[in-house]
Structure formats: C-alpha cells, structure tokens
Design a protein around this ligand. Structure first.
Ligand SMILES: [Zn+2]
Length: 277
C-alpha cells in the first residue's frame, strides 16, 4: 500500500512563482479543477489526502464538503503557502493552524511544509503539531537538493520530534512519512512527485516504488492540484530555471500519475494509519 497526498494550491502559491508576483488579490482558478480530480480518484477507486492551502477554503468553502463528502481527507499546508523559515512565522503558524482547525471542523491531523521547508531552523513546527494533536507529518525529502531536503534522513516512516528530524525518536509523538527517493548511477534523488515525477521516466518511478515496498513500506507520493489540472493553471513569465522547474512536462503529470495509481495501490494517510494501528 502506498500513500497519495495532493498538495492543493492555486497558480500563485508555488514558491518559484510567489517570488515573482505580488501575492495580493490573485484570483484562484486551479480550485475549479476539483471536480476533475475527484472524478479521477473515484474512477480509480483511490482515496487521497488533500494537503490544503487554507485560504482556498475561505474563498471556496464547498471544497471541504466535496473532499470529505467523497471520503478523502484534509490536511494542513499552511494558510498562504508560507515557507516555515519566513521571519517571525512561528507565532503566525500557531494562529494559522487554529484557524485551519476552525475551517475544517477539527478534521485535520496531518501536515506538509510548503516547499518541504522543514529543517533544523524550523523544527519548532513539530512541537506545534504535537500541541494541536496532529498525528503525522510528510515534509521530509530524505536527500538534499538545490531547493530542499534533509540529507541522510530515514527513508521509511519513523517517529519524528523537534530534536530528531531525520531519525526515529522513540518518544516522538508525530509519525513522519518521508517522500519517496531513488538512486540513479549511485546518486540519490527524489522520486515521489513534483518536478521529479514530471522528469523521470515511468520505468524508474516503477522501480523506485517496487524497491521501497520490498520490505512492506509504503511509497509516499505527492502531486500538486495544478499538475493534475494544468488547464486551470495560467502560465506566469518566470526566469528560465524557475520556469523549467515549475512548468517542465506539466502536460504529462496527470497521465503519469494516472498510470502509477492504476499499477500500484494508493490510499490516504489516515486510512493507512488506521490499518496499521
Ligand atoms: Zn505546496
């Protein structure tokens, strides 16, 4: 069994876009793709966890009813897709997680840091998750890349704490689901979604999932709402590298993820946890 998290955000939320636009008064458009995503999951008999940017629930409250009404789960991806290492964000985060609980009627018990910005400087977030009765986190990419990642972190689910971000802490209260990685020519790289899902051949993704599941561990995947519904994603002019990372093969992500969930069984995080405990 593998884990599917949909990072539900709009066209103006990805970090490499946020850097180049004003963040005020942007009209959400990707939210209109929700029905296509729900139909796709239904047809494939698959449940997913929606890591939601909270402000979208404020502008479109029916998103929550649609997601929960189809037996999927809601999880927290901050209110505005803010990196955790943004100055003075700790106090704001503590307010945002409570606001998100109000918006979701207390249904969220999972978190993913925007841009995987969980690191030694932002480990406070794990304590805040514990204080708010969260059960799991999925913010660790266990390899260092240019943009994110924690080198040499465990690749299988483990108990995380603010003192032990990379390895199991027997006293940890939050279960960490690290994103899938693989090794190519001796080099470890992410393989659990985003740019790498769009770039890597299916053959390599398949092998990574099989390798991970050889001892019964789940492969943890993420895909952005805007990768599943690129027709709702207006393209912003960006510098070449940022544009490449954000938009490369964007038209192929849905098809690829579709192949993967047809070949391997995926489910949502809470469903997975309830089977395990
Ligand atoms: Zn995100």
């Amino acid at each position: 069994m593998n884990l599917l998290g949909i990072d539900f955000e709009d066209w103006f939320h990805p970090e490499l876009i946020q850097r180049h636009i004003t963040t005020k008064n942007n009209k959400p458009t990707v939210v209109d793709g929700i029905d296509k995503i729900l139909d796709w999951l239904r047809k494939n008999d698959t449940y997913a966890t929606f890591f939601m940017v909270g402000e979208l629930l404020e502008s479109k409250p029916d998103l929550l009813d649609k997601i929960l009404g189809n037996d999927h789960e809601i999880a927290f991806h901050t209110m505005y897709h803010t990196r955790l290492d943004t100055p003075n964000y700790k106090e704001r985060f503590a307010e945002e997680i409570k606001r998100f609980a109000d918006l979701t009627k207390g249904r969220s018990c999972g978190f993913r840091a925007p841009s995987f910005s969980l690191n030694q400087f932002t480990s406070w977030v794990i304590d805040t998750l514990v204080e708010n009765n969260y059960r799991y986190d999925s913010s660790v990419v266990p390899v260092k890349t240019r943009l994110y990642g924690l080198a040499n972190a465990d690749t299988k689910p483990y108990k995380i704490s603010s003192d032990s971000l990379k390895h199991n802490d027997p006293d940890g209260k939050i279960l960490e689901f690290p994103l899938l990685t693989t090794t190519i020519l001796g080099k470890k790289i992410p393989a659990g979604g985003g740019f790498y899902l769009r770039m890597l051949p299916l053959k390599i993704l398949r092998a990574a999932i099989k390798n991970c599941s050889s001892d019964g561990s789940p492969s943890t995947f993420y895909i952005h709402s805007w990768e599943l519904t690129p027709e709702f994603m207006p393209k912003v002019q960006l510098p070449f590298v940022d544009s490449f990372i954000t938009y490369h093969n964007l038209g192929k992500a849905f098809q690829k993820m579709d192949r993967i969930i047809k070949e391997f069984k995926f489910t949502s995080f809470e469903r997975f946890l309830s089977q395990k405990t």
